[in-house]
Design a protein around this ligand. Structure first.
Ligand SMILES: C[S@@+](CC[C@H](N)C(=O)[O-])C[C@H]1O[C@@H](n2cnc3c(N)ncnc32)[C@H](O)[C@@H]1O
Length: 224
């Protein structure tokens, strides 16, 4: 049996003990209406708060390869303040080595040294990953461009409020366009209000498995 990796800093798990991969697919992929949302788009940009083990990234990369047209591109940007190293990622995701055959090994081979800053990894002719080893609050103001979908995955807001700050919401709004989506495992009131006051329409929907609810939504620019 494989143990579920746990963060030393936050004493919390990186993914669910029940079925982490199914939860990732339900919360972040289905929550952002993927793959439908990238259909017909030349370039699709996902930004994630909290790279952790890379499970969400691998699930998105694989789904993109299975569903997008060969001329489409995926840019995946992820912020991570306490990066795991390649060996820790490999050990954490070993249980899905068959599922991610052809994905996990290249990711680990190209994974950068744990040096603070921006690291661009071109994984194949369609997919690139920009890993930002820094506190999201310091790094997000430096990002330019337009994001199509947000994966908000930064441990519980009650134990890690920094990941759900006004700075993050303000820059999410700056980097979003009409229709940009987001999904997160949490339905905490502070997160829903923070997103709502920065132009996101927020919906509470049923969570994965035994979890009662989670949040999804889209950027409209309307402040509530
Ligand atoms: C639940 S885990 C993410 C799981 C990940 N998405 C995966 O697929 O494995 C949350 C991550 O957020 C990172 N984190 C926590 N606070 C942060 C901050 N202020 N800035 C950037 N990353 C942070 C943690 O180190 C941890 O890796």
């Amino acid at each position: 049996m494989f143990g579920v990796p746990r963060s030393k800093q936050f004493d919390d798990v990186y993914f669910s003990e029940d079925n982490g991969l199914e939860e990732t697919r339900y919360v972040f992929l289905k929550g952002n209406n993927l793959p439908e949302n990238w259909m017909g788009k030349e370039r699709f940009v996902i930004a994630e708060t909290g790279f952790g083990t890379g499970l969400n990234f691998l699930a998105a990369w694989k789904l993109f390869k299975e569903t997008a047209q060969p001329e489409q591109k995926l840019n995946f940007i992820s912020f991570e303040k306490f990066p795991l190293d390649g060996e820790e990622i490999l050990a954490s995701l070993q249980r899905w080595s068959e599922e991610f055959a052809g994905y996990l090994e290249p990711l680990v081979e190209m994974y950068p040294l744990l040096i603070p800053g921006f690291h661009k990894i071109v994984l194949d002719e369609q997919v690139s990953l920009i890993l930002i080893f820094d506190d999201v609050n310091d790094a997000i103001p430096q990002v330019e461009g337009a994001v199509d979908a947000w994966f908000l995955d930064g441990f519980k807001p009650s134990t890690n409020p920094d990941m759900w700050s006004d700075v993050v919401f303000e820059h999410m709004a700056r980097l979003s366009r009409d229709g940009t989506t987001f999904a997160t495992f949490t339905a905490a009131g502070g997160v829903r209000r923070g997103l709502g006051t920065h132009g996101f329409e927020v919906k509470k929907v049923p969570g994965f498995g035994s979890k009662r609810d989670m949040s999804i939504g889209r950027y409209t620019g309307a402040i509530v």
